[in-house]
Design a protein around this ligand. Structure first.
Ligand SMILES: NC(=O)c1ccc[n+]([C@@H]2O[C@H](COP(=O)([O-])OP(=O)(O)OC[C@H]3O[C@@H](n4cnc5c(N)ncnc54)[C@H](OP(=O)(O)O)[C@@H]3O)[C@@H](O)[C@H]2O)c1
Length: 313
């Protein structure tokens, strides 16, 4: 008798009970095992992972698919001992995309309407009037025009913000002034009153936002990072805030997570910290595509949403 398709779940941040229920509905007969209870390693067909212990995926000689529980695959690709030739897929799902767009709209509107300054004035019982600005006065730039960047841009466009976006390869998108590549970056940054980073972490994007790049923004710009912590040189960001080059930074991702209690971001008056919760893969939205990808690899087909390890995303 043929053995059932078997998936190994490795994550201490995600709920195996919810994934099991949603995967069972999406693929009746699927066997899901939860790390470290792997059973016979030869029976594992696929691994569904978030921050797996490096090296462990080599133990499964019949592994045909690695699925990252999320959109950013930097944790998986950072494993120096990934099994060669096994495709890595990421989760691209409407629930995750909608959550990120909510996050971006929430914080862009808050920055546009000067909520950090108004909240500080409230703490001092001070009536500080800010005239409501027109959306047309605030130029919003997106670093990254992928699945998440484009969806956020489409929603921001409804508010009337002048939009620009930056990507690796050139794009033409309605209503967005698009620039590409490092050559296009200084001109892009010069026109961003609010800059939102939605880039993957790759060797080419690590430390992208350093002192020189913050200096290329208009004085008094605001910065939102919902991509990855390593896109930013944190000491340069603090210096840009302290000098007034930046008026505020809203940060969801950090070099070290959880952000250590002694980190200056926690208490900085110009920093808003959120706990890497802008968007997460939800099994209710994503189990179906994990099952579909498992069916594809079992049938000898390439999975959907596979990442290119050489490119890093
Ligand atoms: N904070 C959170 O909770 C959270 C949740 C989900 C995702 N994220 C982060 O968001 C990132 C983006 O997700 P996504 O689904 O939008 O990814 P995606 O569809 O792969 O898009 C990535 C975008 O970044 C651009 N890019 C990559 N390398 C670049 C480079 N060297 N220079 C310029 N542009 C570059 C790509 O350019 P091309 O279009 O030219 O390829 C593309 O526009 C993820 O990788 C993850 O790190 C964070």
């Amino acid at each position: 008798m043929a053995r059932p398709p078997t998936l190994l779940f490795i994550s201490s941040d995600d709920d195996p009970v919810a994934w099991r229920a949603n995967l069972a509905a999406a693929m009746p007969g699927l066997e899901m095992r939860v790390w470290p209870e792997t059973g016979d390693p030869a029976e594992i067909d696929a691994a569904l992972v978030w921050r797996h212990p490096p090296g462990v995926l080599r133990r499964f000689p019949n592994l045909k698919l690695i699925v990252n529980i999320g959109a950013g695959v930097d944790y998986v690709l950072a494993d120096p001992d990934l099994p060669p030739g096994v495709p890595v897929a990421r989760i691209v799902d409407d629930m995750l995309t909608q959550a990120m767009t909510q996050y971006v709209v929430l914080h862009v509107l808050a920055l546009h309407r000067r909520m950090p300054e108004i909240a500080a004035a409230q703490r001092a019982a001070r009536w500080r009037y800010f005239h409501p600005p027109a959306a047309s006065e605030t130029r919003v730039g997106l670093l990254g025009l992928g699945r998440l960047g484009q969806d956020a841009a489409a929603m921001l466009a409804r508010f009337g913000f002048p939009l620009r976006g930056w990507s690796r390869t050139p794009k033409t998108l309605p209503g967005i002034e698009c620039r590409a590549g490092l050559d296009g970056l200084p001109g892009f940054l010069a026109g961003c009153d609010i800059l939102v980073a939605l880039l993957p972490q790759t060797p080419a994007t690590e430390n992208l936002m350093d002192a020189a790049r913050f200096a290329q923004l208009p004085r008094g710009a605001a910065f939102v990072n919902a991509g990855r912590g390593r896109l930013v040189v944190e000491t340069d960001l603090l210096a840009a805030l302290d000098s007034g080059q930046l008026r505020h930074a809203t940060l969801d991702v950090f070099l070290e997570e959880p952000l250590p209690p002694e980190h200056p971001f926690w208490r900085h008056p110009k920093v808003t910290v959120t706990p890497h919760n802008a968007a997460a893969a939800d099994p209710r939205g994503a189990a179906e595509q994990v099952a579909a990808n498992l069916r594809r690899v079992l049938a000898g087909q390439a999975p959907f949403n596979a990442v290119d390890p050489a490119r890093g995303y």
